[in-house]
Design a protein. Structure first.
Ligand code: SAH
Length: 255
């Protein structure tokens, strides 16, 4: 297995066909990866998954089944979502080679994940918005959607290629940052806090948020905040929450 295998998760979201799960396990093991996460698989465990996994039954047997994407990526400092087509709100988009390099570089310091979507409709917008980057395999525009296990193969191969280049000094390094990056879970709490503080100060109507929260989420995700930065901003929000509550209470008393 790759020596950073422990920090590289392949996450299959709500897969319909157990054969694809087995095929993904095989593709992973061929490339030296073993951390398979299954979010609410529709038919699993299943004999077809075992057949298709061939010699990668161990990867399948150790797969972690969870109920949501949040659980699958909670500890991750980098989450990349696969996207077979353009979405309404564009996100920072990278190609498979850049995806392999980022995953390889960052997996030296924290858990990372690549998310794969449903066979019939990919990842939802909400799932894609939990990601730092989107990756698209630049396939034939007239027939762009790859089989799920094949898409896993392509991206796992790029992680392996990035790992093989590690000694020639050609990869960018993260540098020596003084703080660990915020995890997905910390970012989700942060995004919820932003939403509730902004609602508290009546900056937007929670019943009609339009794209405000999505745009803020994209802005914050783009900046790759570390844990200290998140906690400073949450401190700022908590102070604002308090002041607004005091103002509201004073207004009520004055009436
Ligand atoms: N019809 C779906 C495609 C699903 S293909 C859609 O329109 O979104 C199943 C999964 O395979 C996708 O969710 C993605 O994880 C992966 N995949 C297939 N083709 C891909 C491509 N060209 N680039 C990136 N991921 C792809």
């Amino acid at each position: 297995m790759l020596d950073r295998d422990d920090n590289i998760r392949i996450v299959l979201v709500n897969s319909a066909h157990p054969g694809n799960i087995g095929g993904a396990a095989r593709a992973m093991k061929n490339m030296g990866l073993s951390q398979l996460y299954l979010v609410a698989p529709r038919e699993y465990p299943a004999p077809r998954a075992v057949w298709r996994s061939a010699g990668a039954r161990d990867v399948l047997a150790n797969a972690v089944v969870v109920g949501s994407v949040e659980e699958a990526v909670a500890e991750c400092g980098l989450v990349i979502g696969t996207s077979a087509r353009d979405r309404r709100i564009p996100w920072p988009l990278i190609n498979p080679r850049q995806c392999g390099e980022r995953i390889w570089v960052e997996s030296a310091s924290h858990p990372t994940a690549i998310l794969f979507g449903r066979e019939d409709r990919g990842l939802t917008n909400e799932e894609l918005q939990q990601c730092h980057y989107h990756v698209n395999i630049p396939s034939n525009p007239d027939y762009s959607s790859l089989n799920l296990a094949t898409a896993v193969q392509v991206l796992a191969y790029e992680v392996r290629m990035a790992s093989l280049q590690r000694d020639d000094g050609s990869l960018p390094s993260l540098g020596s940052w003084d703080q660990p990056l915020a995890t997905s879970e910390e970012l989700e709490h942060f995004h919820s806090h932003v939403a509730s503080s902004l609602a508290g100060m009546e900056f937007y109507d929670p019943d009609n948020p339009k794209q405000l929260l999505t745009r803020l989420r994209r802005l914050f995700n783009r900046s790759r905040m570390d844990r200290m930065e998140v906690s400073i901003l949450r401190g700022v929000l908590a102070t604002l929450d308090q002041k607004i509550a005091q103002l509201k209470a004073a207004n009520t008393r004055a009436k």
